[in-house]
Design a protein around this ligand. Structure first.
Ligand SMILES: Cc1cc2nc3c(=O)[nH]c(=O)nc-3n(C[C@H](O)[C@H](O)[C@H](O)COP(=O)(O)OP(=O)(O)OC[C@H]3O[C@@H](n4cnc5c(N)ncnc54)[C@H](O)[C@@H]3O)c2cc1C
Length: 579
């Protein structure tokens, strides 16, 4: 295993929307590099479909204040309100900037950026759904990713593609570097750097049915967690209502934004009962729960009565062709159905991590309730938790989050490195990574990565997904303990150095197990129901006890310990969440 040494002022890990937007900010200000385990344009941002919201008020009256209110209420009041205010205020400029970068948004007849409805986005504090999502058919994320990548290429950003970050080097309480594994050669790369920004995306791959890409294994939060950085609000994981039955592939909420509805076995539009005002456009946590309640009460479809229908048949066929072309093709390809005439079998799918690496509004990583930062360390995008999404994210708020906080983080890091002295790397900075890889390759054990991962995904789906109880979470904890033991016995068949996915998936599985444990421990402690975290045994929200964020830390003895930090409240007081 050869080791290559590099020296930069700023390194960004991850080349999705958050990493690329940060890179644009840093480009030209210092020596900077972007590492990505995928080629940048294969990042999951490219799979985002429905839209990016901003109160442009292009098609009807809207305001950043209404947007902030919806975000706070949608997040079940666990949102840090100052951060949400910033995101919603900067949204307008962020969209216009993307337009000026060349992003081909859909247009209104008079040439402005068109906007459509999405769940939880309302006019005047909940009166009715509002058109706030800017979009590019149902390929908005693809367009954002391509546009940002072009801007990076134009600015001469240095990319290290297919390098997988596996460890952070912190010395004297500040960032000194990052260690990465090169997929094409099996070599190690050690980057000495003053500033380091993580933008590694989500970790939906801990669940069996998920909309997330194969690479979304939480490496960034996972490797920081092992170095003592806490993870915030891990118990809040969003299930999106409309995943393709059994496969989990996403059919965007834009389908309902364009007028699609959900139906049970009686053909009933059941969301009218659960959310009389906004119906099918209620926030995702409420819709997913409503769907599973219908299924539990016997109103699901199919031999196992375990799915529901998405109905687009009443939409004008030309609207489906123009506004939802990709998801219509997914239905044809994966289900052999015609969305213009057939009802589409769907079920909730694990979609989005509200929790992650705790940060402040400048994307600086914070490690405790007092807001202590680690100089030079930043995080943005889905791997981070600022927290603008609180207990439940509204649709289209993530593409917004990655652009706004990618930009803020990039700017803050560029400022920081202009003043900071060069870091001191210890001589064997890569030692831990080398030992971890060698141990996996040499393991004589009898377990297989794919088998342990599948077990993890099935267990998490059964015991720690939409509905949870003390009993199910205690079981999940036990199963994770057992899986961790089996992970220690995993053997890697491929001993080669070139694109050894057996090995890299083994490394990823280690992070998934860590993050699953942080999720389960956090969820077990939170004896209330809020947003995406629903406890059958504690079905109501308990503001007196639980208006606080969870911080889960890996203790040196290996256990996960919890501490808490107050929610940054503000204008909006917690109310009952009716839609
Ligand atoms: C199917 C789908 C549809 C969605 N639709 C919408 C939508 O319409 N609107 C909306 O707002 N949100 C949507 N979301 C959510 C949103 O797309 C994501 O939250 C967001 O794009 C995440 O961006 P990111 O930059 O944080 O991470 P990603 O785009 O996931 O990028 C992560 C990057 O990190 C890199 N990386 C990971 N691990 C390592 C490592 N160890 N070393 C080096 N690099 C690493 C990867 O190579 C990649 O470049 C959707 C999500 C999915 C899955």
């Amino acid at each position: 295993m050869q080791v290559h040494h590099h020296r930069y002022d700023a390194v960004i890990v991850g080349a999705g929307g958050a990493g690329l937007r940060a890179a644009i900010e840093v480009a030209g200000t210092c020596r900077a590099a972007v590492l990505s385990k995928l080629h940048p344009t294969r990042s999951h941002t490219g799979a985002a479909q429905g839209g990016m919201c901003a109160a442009l008020a292009n098609v009807e009256q809207d305001s950043a204040e209404w947007h902030t209110f919806d975000t706070v209420k949608g997040g079940d009041y666990l949102v840090d309100q100052a951060a949400a205010r910033i995101m919603c205020a900067e949204a307008v400029d962020a969209v216009i900037e993307l337009e000026h970068y060349g992003l081909p948004f859909n247009r209104t007849a008079d040439g402005r950026i068109d906007q459509r409805r999405f769940g939880g986005h309302t006019r005047n504090h909940g009166e009715a759904p509002v058109r706030r999502a800017c979009y590019s058919a149902d390929r908005t994320g693809h367009m954002i990713l391509q546009t940002l990548y072009q801007q990076c290429v134009k600015r001469g950003v240095t990319f290290f593609d297919e390098l997988m970050a596996l460890d952070v080097v912190l010395t004297d309480g500040r960032v000194a570097g990052v260690v990465a594994y090169e997929l094409a050669t099996g070599d190690l790369h050690v980057f000495a750097t003053k500033g380091l920004l993580f933008a590694t995306g989500g970790f939906g791959k801990m669940f069996k049915v998920t909309s997330n890409a194969h690479a979304l294994t939480g490496d960034g939060p996972g490797l920081l967690f092992r170095r003592g950085i806490p993870l915030q609000d891990m118990e809040f994981f969003q299930f999106h209502p409309t995943g393709i039955y059994k496969l989990g592939i996403l059919l965007s909420e834009a389908a309902r934004g364009e007028g699609g509805v959900l139906r049970n076995t009686d053909g009933e539009r059941f969301m009218e009962r659960y959310a009389p005002t906004v119906k099918d456009l209620a926030p995702r946590d409420m819709v997913s729960r409503a769907m599973l309640t219908e299924i539990r009460e016997g109103r699901g479809l199919g031999p196992d009565r375990d799915f529901l229908h998405l109905d687009l048949t009443h939409l004008p066929p030309e609207q489906i062709d123009a506004k939802l072309p990709d998801i219509a093709d997914f239905v044809r390809t994966y289900q052999g159905l015609e969305p213009k005439s057939d009802l589409i079998p769907i079920q909730p799918t694990a979609h989005y991590a509200m929790g992650g690496i705790p940060t402040n509004i400048d994307a600086e990583v914070v490690i405790d309730a007092a807001g202590t930062t680690i100089p030079g360390l930043y995080a943005a995008g889905e791997c981070a938790c600022v927290s603008v999404h609180g207990a439940n994210r509204l649709g289209t708020n993530s593409l917004l989050d990655i652009v706004v906080f990618g930009r803020r983080g990039g700017r803050a890091m560029a400022d920081f490195v202009s003043e900071a002295p060069p870091p001191e790397l210890p001589p064997d900075a890569q030692g831990e990574v080398r030992r971890r890889i060698e141990a996996l390759l040499a393991s004589p054990g009898g377990e297989r990565v794919a088998v342990v991962r599948q077990q993890l995904q099935e267990q998490m789906m059964l015991e720690a997904s939409v509905f949870r109880t003390e009993e199910s979470l205690a079981k999940a904890r036990g199963h994770l303990h057992e899986l961790r033991g089996r992970y220690g016995d995993v053997a890697i068949d491929d001993k080669g150095a070139v694109f050894n996915y057996d090995l890299t998936e083994g490394l990823e599985l280690g992070y998934l197990l860590d993050l699953a444990e942080a999720l389960v421990v956090s969820a077990r402690a939170r004896t209330e129901s809020r947003g995406a975290h629903f406890r059958d045994d504690h079905p109501t929200r308990d503001d007196a006890t639980w208006m606080r964020h969870t911080l889960a830390s890996r203790h040196p003895d290996g256990s996960v310990r919890l501490s808490y930090k107050p929610v940054d409240g503000g204008l909006y007081q917690p109310m009952e969440r009716k839609y």
